[in-house]
Each structure stands twice: as C-alpha cells, then as structure tokens.
Design a binder for this molecule. Sequence first.
Ligand code: ADP
Ligand code: MG
Length: 187
Amino acid sequence: MPLVIVSGLPSSGKTTRARALEAYLRERAQQEGARITVHRVDDESLNVVRTAYATAMEEKKARGALLSAVERLLNRDTIVIADALNYVKGFRYQLYCVARAVSTPHCVLYCGVPTELARTWNQERGEQEAYTLQVFDELATRYEEPDAMRRWDAPLFTVTHEDTELPLDDIWSALMLRKAPPPNMAT
Ligand code: ADP
Ligand code: MG
C-alpha cells in the first residue's frame, strides 16, 4: 500500500495535518470495504528527540530510523504516513525508492507555511515540544522545498496555513492508483 511523505519546516503543522489525513484514510478505507491499515510514523514513535536535529550524526540516525520503519511497514495492506521533516530532497528520493521497490504509489504532502509563522508556532509550543531557535533556523536554512517537477516529489499536495482542509479526495485517488511494477530499478 502507498506511502505518504510529509514534508515541512519544524512546527509547520505536519503532525496536525498527518493526523487528519490518517483519520480520513482509515474512515475512507472502511467505507470502501478495503482492508487497509494506516500507520503514521513520526519522531516520537521512533524515539527521536528534538535535540537530535542539533547534530549531523544524530540527525542521520533519525533518518535511518525512519527509513527502516517505512521499509518494515510498507506492504500490500498498509498505508504509511512518514510524518517527519523530510527536508532533504535526497532523503525524499530514498523514501520514494522504498515505495517503488514494492510497486506502490506515493505522494508528498508539503506543509508550506511561511518560515516566520512556523517559527511563531514553534515558540508557542511547550519547552518539551519546541525546537530550539538555533535548530529551527538551521533547519529552515537547509530546507529543500519539494518540487512537483521531480518524480519523487510528485504528486505533490501543498497546504498552507490558509487551507482549512486537506485535498483529501485527491490524495486518496493518488494513493489508490494501481502501479505496474517498475521495469528496473535504474533511476
Ligand atoms: P510539526 O509536526 O510540523 O512540528 P505540529 O502539527 O506539531 O507541527 O504543530 C506545531 C505547533 O503549531 C502546535 O503547537 C500546533 O498546535 C500549532 N499549529 C499547527 N497548525 C496550526 C494552525 N493551522 N494554526 C495555528 N496553530 C497551528
Ligand atoms: Mg510533528
């Protein structure tokens, strides 16, 4: 089953959106009589702490943990929502390759809120929840915005703070597309 790659700045509303999508996908699957399990994987469930993003080494481990979890969970009956920063385009490519290896569709859900707003939302979070300002600013500088012209960033669904709703039906349709197995694993 398909993979949803969530991407966005720290505190840009990724988990809020991912939870809404998770609930919708469960309900829709039930309505359609599809035996689908929906899994949302995030830093919390992987025991990745906020401070992991302060060092390159810890951050690499966090990415490895997410990639392994997606590899482990993604199968014919499971939709996986990768609810993490996913800000490195090469890493989104790696996640896309996991979906492609099991011949399942994927899409990218980009929480494209302005940096200033995400910074404000971050500062309003409790101490346990917030990223430090330094980490926030570093991640914001390094952030590689999804681009629908890249095949691993497409289909791309972008939501901003002005969108009250996710394009739920469109996401469902994108995820339910049947995919032929790739002819080979070359890019
Ligand atoms: P992320 O998973 O990207 O770190 P969260 O979904 O956890 O972001 O949200 C970060 C903070 O921003 C939370 O305190 C949340 O309540 C707040 N937030 C998220 N979306 C909105 C919104 N649309 N309007 C106002 N605050 C929001
Ligand atoms: Mg989150």
